[in-house]
Structure formats: structure tokens, C-alpha cells
Design a protein around this ligand. Structure first.
Ligand SMILES: NC(=O)c1ccc[n+]([C@@H]2O[C@H](COP(=O)([O-])OP(=O)(O)OC[C@H]3O[C@@H](n4cnc5c(N)ncnc54)[C@H](O)[C@@H]3O)[C@@H](O)[C@H]2O)c1
Ligand SMILES: [Fe+2]
Length: 373
């Protein structure tokens, strides 16, 4: 037990959790408020279940894996509506945009001005986040990720001002997530826990959340993928996703997410899928320097425990493949010629690479891409 490294944990001011909890949003919003809901086309019908009255505008123009241009469109909608309250209703894509809208719409700061940690000047609206996928845990965190269309890299903004005043975890809203999205987002949640757990910045408090998240994923991810109507499994995965989100603020991810990012920004792969393809390789790469924790991860996923890198890779790869995820980059239309450049780019994402417990060279990253190809 070593807590010599001090960390800061930010939590949403209020958390409503449980079946039907989305209906509590109206009471929290209160009377006479101007509300902007940032939704996805598929979540627009859920607005009704929130019980909000007053001047409600719904904006559903945010594409998955949002870009700065999506943010601009959402900001324009906010400047027109002048919301007292911003609500993110959807997956990580809209929750991340809602965070940025809540802090930027009424000020002079641009996305560029706030990129990185702690550069946001303040908050313009109250913020509620309602997760409808079980993956990013964005509802519990202080970070937002948006693709810069000039560089094709993800811009990460981090600020306690972007923390939700209300986070809602209502598993009923996740029941309609299709099997393939359930699998991809579920591996993202798992990867948040695993990468924080084996991180150079790992912390006993966060290890606790990570362990709970990994155990829930081991127990429920396959069930949720195989039967979307399994309410217990949906609830378990929504919790796993929330715990994963809590791992991100004070510790964050490491090489797995860094190597996954170019697949999303250059090839348009959904965040969860890109993570699933990379996750087994990084787990195996790190195994020699994180033997005990790797064993815990495998046990939590009900996989055979082994210190052998080949066995670790096979087990984790098999776990993701059993969720129906096509595990080769070539299956996703990726050209092999891109891999060296992407390896250099991923290696350059030092904010994550420096968190990895085992140092990785550009050649190591390229070898992972080739093995996953
Ligand atoms: N802020 C963070 O800490 C953090 C962490 C991880 C990922 N992210 C970001 O989050 C984004 C990915 O989020 P995501 O994985 O949740 O995917 P997403 O928000 O892009 O949603 C994936 C798909 O599922 C659909 N969907 C959402 N809810 C649904 C429902 N209830 N029923 C049916 N379909 C539904 C969406 O319309 C979309 O097509 C990426 O941009 C990633 O960079 C952020
Ligand atoms: Fe992620």
C-alpha cells in the first residue's frame, strides 16, 4: 500500500443511479430554465423520459468520434438558445461535446485556448450527463476528446469546470445499444480500468475502482453482448463504465489508448473497436513488468492466468474475439503502408505513453500494429 503520490479525485456533484433514474433530471433542472440537450439521433426519443419542462432545445448534429467542426455546430446552437443547463444525452461522443459547450458557449475561449489541462476559465451553464452507452465513463470525468480536423489528432481538454453537476446512470437507456456497439464500448470501459491499474501513476484508491470495473466486465460484458435484454448485465456494464471513468481523471490510460488513437482519427474506427484490437497486445507487452497485476486482470476476466506473454496475448485476444469483434486491422480496411507513420504518431502522444509501465520504442509500437494487422 503506497499512497506517497498524492492525487486529486473529482466526482460529479450529484449522481442518480438505478433503473428509471433518468426521470429525476426534470426535478434537478427545475422550473423556468433554458435547456440545451445534446443528443444523438438515436437518443432523441429519450428526451421525453427526462421529465424536463421549460424552453428545451434538442441538438443532434454531433457525429460519432466528434471533430472540432461538430463542436462548432453545437456551440452555435448554444449561442442561439442561451442555455442555463446543458445536458449530454448519449455516448461519449455527445457527452464530451456537452462538456465543452457548457464551458465555452458564453465566453471568448476557443478549443485551442483550452487544450490540455486546467486552461478552461469557467463554466457558463450547469451540466448534466446521461450516459446511454456503457463505455467511456465520460459522465464521471473531467476530460473531453475532440478530433482536430487540421492535424487529425485528438485534442484533449481537461478541467474540473467540465465535471457534471449531475451524472445519471440509468441502465434502461442502454438496453437498445446494438450488440457490436455493446462489445466495443464494453472493451473501452475495461481498457480504462486495465490501463489505469497497470499505470506508472497507479494509485491504491483508483486500483479499487479498476478492480471493480474489471470484475464487472468479466462477469457481464459477454452476457450483455449475447443478450441485450439482460438487464442485470446492462446494469453491471454501466457501473463498470462509470468505474473506468473514475480511473481516467487522476491516473488516465497509457500505451493502449495512445496506439488506438490514430486508428480512430485517420481510419475512422470507433473508439471501442480500435481499443479492442490493441488491448491484448499491450497487455502482453506490459506483462513482464506487471506480473501480479496482469494475473489479477486475467483472473477478473475469468481467463487462464499465466506469466507467459504469448499466453496473455492469446487469452485477451480470445476474450475480445469471443465478443464478435473482428480482431485484425486488415478486416477494417486499414492499409499496411500507414502503420509506420501511425506508430511514430502514437509514440509521440507522450501524455499517455509516459504512463505506460514499460517503455515502448517506435519499433515496438509498429510491431504491435503489425501483429494486430
Ligand atoms: N471523456 C472521456 O474521458 C472519454 C473516454 C473514452 C472515450 N471518449 C470519447 O468518446 C467517444 C466514443 O464514445 P462511445 O464509445 O460511447 O460512442 P458514441 O458516443 O460515438 O456512440 C456509438 C454509437 O452508439 C449509438 N448509441 C448511443 N446510445 C445508444 C443507445 N442507447 N441505443 C442505441 N444506440 C446508441 C450512437 O448513436 C453511436 O452511433 C470518442 O470520441 C472517444 O474519444 C471519451
Ligand atoms: Fe477510451
Amino acid at each position: 500500500m503506497d499512497i506517497s503520490r498524492a492525487i486529486t479525485l473529482h466526482l460529479p456533484k450529484r449522481i442518480e443511479i438505478g433503473t428509471g433514474s433518468a426521470a429525476k433530471v426534470g426535478e434537478w433542472v427545475g422550473e423556468g430554465q433554458r435547456v440545451l440537450v445534446i443528443a444523438q439521433p438515436v437518443t432523441v426519443p429519450m428526451v421525453e423520459s427526462l421529465g424536463i419542462s421549460g424552453a428545451v432545445k434538442v441538438f443532434d448534429g454531433v457525429a460519432p468520434e466528434p471533430k472540432d467542426t461538430d463542436l462548432d455546430a453545437a456551440l452555435e446552437a448554444a449561442r442561439e438558445h442561451k442555455p442555463d443547463v446543458v445536458i449530454g444525452l448519449g455516448g461519449g461522443s455527445v457527452m464530451d461535446i456537452a462538456k465543452l459547450v457548457a464551458v465555452l458557449w458564453n465566453g471568448t475561449q476557443s478549443l485551442e485556448d483550452v487544450a490540455g489541462p486546467n486552461r478552461v476559465a469557467g463554466k457558463a451553464s450547469r451540466l448534466a450527463q446521461i450516459a446511454t452507452t456503457a463505455g467511456t465513463g465520460s459522465e464521471g470525468g473531467i476530460r473531453a476528446l475532440v478530433t482536430n480536423t487540421k492535424t487529425n489528432a485528438k485534442t484533449a481538454v481537461e478541467s474540473p469546470y467540465m465535471l457534471a453537476d449531475l451524472a445519471v446512470l440509468d441502465p434502461e437507456l442502454t438496453m437498445s445499444v446494438p450488440s457490436a456497439v455493446t462489445a466495443a464500448t464494453g472493451v473501452d470501459a475495461l481498457a480504462h480500468c486495465v490501463e489505469a491499474f497497470t499505470n506508472v501513476k497507479a494509485h491504491p484508491l483508483i486500483d479499487g475502482y479498476a478492480r471493480m470495473g474489471m470484475t464487472l466486465a468479466g462477469q457481464y460484458l459477454r452476457r450483455a453482448v449475447e443478450d441485450g435484454a439482460d438487464a442485470e448485465a446492462r446494469a453491471g456494464m454501466l457501473l463498470a463504465s462509470f468505474y473506468g471513468g473514475l480511473c481516467l481523471g487522476p491516473v488516465n490510460t497509457a500505451a493502449g489508448h495512445a496506439i488506438a488513437y490514430p486508428l480512430g482519427t485517420h481510419a475512422g474506427m470507433p473508439h471501442g473497436i480500435s481499443n479492442a484490437l490493441i488491448f491484448p497486445h499491450v497487455l502482453a507487452f506490459n506483462a513482464p513488468v506487471a506480473e501480479a497485476k496482469t494475473a489479477e486482470i486475467l483472473a477478473a476476466l475469468k481467463l487462464p492466468v499465466s506469466a507467459d506473454q504469448g499466453n496473455v496475448l492469446d487469452a485477451a485476444h480470445g476474450f475480445c474475439a469471443s465478443l464478435g469483434i473482428a480482431m485484425q486491422l486488415r478486416d477494417h480496411g486499414i492499409a499496411e503502408a500507414s502503420l509506420r507513420g501511425w506508430a511514430e504518431e502514437a509514440h509521440g502522444i507522450r501524455r499517455l505513453m509516459d504512463n505506460n509501465p514499460r517503455d515502448m520504442s517506435v519499433d515496438d509500437v509498429e510491431a504491435i500494429y503489425r501483429a494486430a494487422f
